[in-house]
Design a protein around this ligand. Structure first.
Ligand SMILES: Cc1cc2nc3c(=O)[nH]c(=O)nc-3n(C[C@H](O)[C@H](O)[C@H](O)COP(=O)(O)OP(=O)(O)OC[C@H]3O[C@@H](n4cnc5c(N)ncnc54)[C@H](O)[C@@H]3O)c2cc1C
Length: 151
């Protein structure tokens, strides 16, 4: 699949309408028995997931928050909490500092750090669960949370 959004990320699967299903299944799951795979995946659905990160969230009197700044992989189930945390912190900072560019600049440094740590964590969990395959159910790192597992 060509998303038209630049180079595909590492491990992305290129799909084309003319791809034959067995070829696709073979590519995705080389260990699967083909007839079984045909039965189980008559209409395969693939959702490509992209990360987004920004080096800045504040631009004078304008800011990026929530998904507009960081879109993270779903493994921490924390995108909504991060969007809310960005907004909450913004409201608190602006209530204390009436000079908006100064307030945004102060707010930015903490929210950038929050977004970056969440992104790094979800990339690590995603890699372990989807690529390396070296996590086991019950691993505490897999507990959902914005600031860390369960937090
Ligand atoms: C399938 C899926 C499952 C998810 N599951 C979870 C989960 O379990 N837990 C979790 O925490 N997070 C989850 N997320 C992530 C979560 O939904 C997002 O991180 C969160 O919604 C980000 O909030 P936001 O306010 O930044 O952006 P959004 O919720 O995307 O809000 C942006 C809003 O802006 C509007 N908009 C866009 N362009 C314009 C425009 N030009 N003019 C006016 N309005 C505009 C949009 O319509 C939208 O309402 C999931 C996301 C997806 C896609």
């Amino acid at each position: 699949m060509d998303s038209g959004c630049g180079p595909a990320p590492e491990h992305a699967v290129a799909l084309h309408p003319h791809d034959d299903l067995p070829v696709l299944v073979q590519h995705l799951m080389p260990d699967l028995d083909q007839p079984d795979a045909r039965l189980a995946f008559e209409r395969p659905f693939l959702q490509v997931i992209y990360d987004i990160e920004v080096p800045r969230m504040a631009f004078g009197r304008v800011c990026l928050l929530g998904d507009a700044a960081f879109v993270v992989r779903p493994h921490a189930a924390a995108g909504t909490a991060k969007a809310a945390a960005d907004a909450w912190a913004l409201a608190e900072t602006i209530a204390r500092e009436t000079d908006v560019p100064k307030a945004l600049s102060r707010w930015e440094s903490e929210q950038l750090a929050l977004g970056a740590q969440l992104l790094e964590r979800t990339r690590r969990i995603g890699r372990r669960s989807q690529v390396d395959g070296n996590w086991v159910p019950g691993d505490p790192e897999l507990i959902f949370g914005l600031r860390g597992p369960g937090r």
